[in-house]
Write a protein that binds this ligand. Structure first.
Ligand SMILES: Cc1cc2nc3c(=O)[nH]c(=O)nc-3n(C[C@H](O)[C@H](O)[C@H](O)COP(=O)(O)OP(=O)(O)OC[C@H]3O[C@@H](n4cnc5c(N)ncnc54)[C@H](O)[C@@H]3O)c2cc1C
Length: 154
């Protein structure tokens, strides 16, 4: 990732994405997959992504991350696979999880969801966006935007 301004390229990006976490980096990956020649700059203000909310995926987002972004192996290796919602009920007699009354699916889910560490996960998506060809530019806070006439957006 670059922390110095990519001045030499500043007029030559097809797409500039503000914010490099999951949405920004995934957008870069999908655009580059459709058109590998496209020039993308992702501007992320944080030098190091930290813990953030949004760590419990539902099945549809797990499908997107695993199957569409192609990160199933990474998810299985580095994050916790959930098998749907599961609840344990405790009272004064319960000393450990196996003693608690349990409610949840009885079979492994066909499509697992995951408990993510968003800091490391989002860093990994940004790393993959860079690997796919995007320029990731940090730290940089994007404050202003001006538009160009249609057809001249280079
Ligand atoms: C309380 C709460 C609980 C949630 N729980 C869940 C959950 O359990 N499961 C779930 O799937 N989702 C959950 N969500 C939703 C989830 O957090 C978001 O959908 C997800 O984080 C969106 O990812 P993102 O990449 O779009 O945005 P973000 O993760 O917010 O990333 C935006 C990025 O843009 C950068 N940025 C922002 N402004 C600028 C700027 N001006 N210039 C440069 N960079 C900038 C930031 O540094 C950041 O890295 C929850 C949300 C909230 C608020």
């Amino acid at each position: 990732m670059q922390s110095k301004p990519p001045y030499e390229y500043s007029q030559n990006y097809d797409v500039v994405i503000i914010g490099g976490a999951l949405s920004g980096a995934a957008t870069a990956i999908l655009l580059l997959r459709k058109n590998p020649a496209i020039r993308i700059l992702v501007i992320e203000k944080s030098e190091k992504l930290t813990r953030r909310v949004g760590e419990a995926t539902v099945e549809v987002s797990a499908y997107f991350i695993g199957h569409v972004l192609g990160m199933t192996q990474y998810l299985n290796d580095h994050h916790i696979s959930k098998q749907g919602l599961r609840f344990w009920f405790a009272n004064e007699k319960v000393k450990s999880l196996d003693q608690a009354a349990e409610v949840g699916p009885r079979y492994l889910a066909r499509l697992p969801s995951y408990q993510l560490d968003r800091a490391s996960f989002d860093e990994e998506v940004m790393r993959r966006a860079e690997e796919a060809g995007a320029t990731i530019y940090v730290p940089r806070l994007f404050l202003m935007c001006s538009s160009f006439p249609a057809g001249n957006n280079r």
